[in-house]
Design a protein around this ligand. Sequence first.
Ligand code: ADP
Length: 159
Amino acid sequence: MNKIAVVPGSFDPITMGHLDIVKRASSIFDEVKVVVMNNSSKNPLFDVDERMALIAEVTRTIPNVTVDSFGGLLIDYAVEVNANAIIRGLRAVSDFEYEMQITSMNRFLNENIETLFMVSNNQYSFLSSSIVKEVAKYQGKISGLVPEAVEKALIGKFK
Ligand code: ADP
């Protein structure tokens, strides 16, 4: 049976840190579903379709990765797509408490779906969508931190 992993997030927009996690997950699982979660209280810069299109573009060379969006509880999505695991990236210690809280709630809701953590690559440990947006807003250098298509999209947004 195919082993399926879900990689959820806001991806507003996808960064090299996210992409690294997706690539690594794709080498372990048969199928990886990157899912843009559309229920957060955050005020996004890119709408869901734009975020999905950017993810699709930057993962197009990885054959077992697909992109999706979902507006409900992540655990319900994971059940719907028969996922075996939810993958989350862990950066600095600051991610830890939040991730533990979410994981513990997801386990309470459904104990059959495991959450696995992948430790961020050192070079991306302090990289987040928010900090990239902040720098892009003032025309700062973001190359190398996001894929080229994302860099273009960010420049377009802040023109
Ligand atoms: P969320 O709103 O769910 O935190 P994000 O898009 O910020 O959505 O992050 C999605 C996932 O990617 C989370 O598991 C987060 O920890 C992980 N992530 C974000 N940035 C990085 C990075 N630079 N390196 C590794 N993982 C990351």
